[in-house]
Design a binder for this molecule. Sequence first.
Ligand code: SF4
Length: 376
Amino acid sequence: MRFLYVHIPFCVEKCNYCDFVSDSASLEQREAYLQSLIKEAALHQGDKSEEGLLTIYFGGGTPSLLSAAHLELLLDAFQKYFGFAKRMEITLEANPETVSLRYLRNVRSLDINRLSLGGQAFQDHHLKAMGRIHKSEDITTAVETAREAGFDNINVDLMYGLPRQTMAEWQESLERTSRLPITHISTYGLKLSPSTLWGKWLEEGKLTLPEDDLNADMQLYAMEYLEKAGFPRYEIANFAKGSYACRHNTAYWLRKDYLGLGLNASSLLYGNLRTKNEKDIDRYRSKVAGREYPWAEKEVLTEEQIREEELFLPLRLIWGLDTAAFAEKYGIEYFTQKKGQMVKLFDAGLLTVEEGQLKLTDKGVLLNNEVLAALI
Ligand code: SF4
């Protein structure tokens, strides 16, 4: 296991659309949680790879609410239990409002070399409606501050499909983001779970979302615009300059083993075991304290499930699936069995083959769920 995700479930305030496991917490609660993370890491010492970790991703929540000393404590423990490879990618997700030059310099000195900022939109009225604590100018300031602190690998997240969001506003957000000195942009379509404030408002008819057609147009515009702006797409929702594709997230799509530590974190271990941790903090902490894996869900995948994952996960990536390697591993019969569905997907212009690589077309990217459903 060479890829580590660490969930930090703390936020200053809950955003109106968010169903991630996150909450405000006192310093004592945060420190107690860090101790649980370290204990959980210790339970997985046996899963370490001889070559050490290649990536660590601090996600959340708002991991930038942890002090540099907290992050150092965690990194020391991870180095002890898993070892570090020579050239690592270590990402910290941050809210643009929570980062100062001093903080970022301290964080950078810990060899954290990738910063992922939750920008979301460049219109203050959208940020306010979303319940975000930052303003649009904070995004620009955070990027400039991060550069000054020595970060040259920076991502900004953007969201489309927001209530009353217009195409012109989405275009403005993309243009302003792509002009920043950053390396990576992630775009997310708003999806609402009924457990969120906005999800409840939607059910009660108090919230109007853009039509599906407008959402699709926004996604397509992002794909075309960002390519021209020097951020080619490498995954359904991710765009990067040069060699700055996120190594950590790419490992998920290449179906590498990864370990997720913390509340509600998922893992893929031993190639066939998918687990999800408890999302209740007391249950999580008490299981870890008893030296028990804090799993709420555990599934041993069948060979058929593994094969399906190996087919559809790489399709998310621009490089697609190496059909020859897949056929060598599983036999050409697999494609023969799926021939009927595949022909329909080719005829509908959703799939294509280029130099032996099976890929989604742009239309296939927009309808990737339909492609997936047809293939498995
Ligand atoms: S900052 Fe992120 S994780 Fe925290 S509440 Fe907002 S959307 Fe959720």
